[in-house]
Design a protein around this ligand. Structure first.
Ligand code: AMP
Length: 224
């Protein structure tokens, strides 16, 4: 699959598996995975002005204002040297305003979007996944204490890095993030459906099965 150009966005509730699938697919395709959540967490860690602005929204499970997010992605897409053969966006757009801004940006860059993939997962499963989730500081891999526990507690199976639990994976914040998704992000599904870009995957299937489905979607996008 390496060699083809593809620009895609991954849409789905927190815990739907966008990060896990995006990371695997990006590696397979040899294109960058651009995760706005990871970019914001890095900014918070560095205590940059943007990080300080974003932190309180993130801790409450609310969205960071559109203006901040659109500027962040604009900088990444305009100045990144690595997106000539495409990219996978994980966690952006999250509002209709962000979706429209992305379209404008990509048309200015003459890099139209190929695919918008929606991951569907039931609420009961999302809650189970999010509250048991641990991530690797070093490589970003995701584990779940109930379903995909690391071999050694607190240590990444893939790279030996230290695992941490996200502050916003606490039960109260998780419920708010799911509400915010339904109210503010779900409308972008219809937006991409109307444009013929939407594909849907059942996010409760196995990791490998979903990867195969995504690979097939990427392979057939020209005819879609
Ligand atoms: P994520 O890792 O994608 O779940 O993002 C973690 C948090 O970062 C979210 O709950 C939001 O507070 C913030 N965030 C990430 N991406 C966006 C976005 N596109 N728009 C607004 N807020 C965002």
């Amino acid at each position: 699959m390496k060699g083809s150009t593809v620009r895609m966005v991954l849409i789905g509730s927190p815990g739907a598996g966008k990060g896990t699938q995006g990371r695997l697919l990006a590696e397979k395709l040899g294109i960058p995975l651009i995760s706005t959540g990871d970019m914001l967490r890095a900014a918070v860690g560095e205590d940059s002005p943007m990080g300080r602005e974003a932190q309180s929204f993130m801790e409450r499970g609310e969205l960071v204002p559109d203006g901040v997010m659109i500027a962040l992605i604009r900088r990444r897409l305009e100045h990144g040297q690595d997106t000539a053969r495409g990219f996978i966006l994980d966690g952006f757009p999250r509002t209709l305003e962000q979706a429209r801004a992305l379209d404008t940006m990509l048309s200015e860059l003459h890099q139209p979007l190929d695919l918008a993939i929606e991951f569907r997962v039931r609420r009961v499963e999302l809650l189970r996944r999010l509250t048991g989730r641990w991530n690797c500081h070093a490589c970003g891999a995701s584990f779940n204490l109930q379903t995909a526990s690391p071999v050694q507690v607190g240590v990444c199976d893939h790279c030996g890095g230290e695992l941490f639990q996200r502050a916003d994976d606490k039960v109260e914040t998780v419920s708010r993030r799911l509400e915010v998704y339904a109210a503010q992000t779900e409308p972008i599904v219809a937006y991409y459906r109307e444009r013929g870009a939407l594909r849907v995957v059942d996010g409760e299937r196995g990791i490998e099965e979903i990867q195969d489905q995504l690979a097939a979607m990427v392979g057939s996008r020209a005819k879609a």
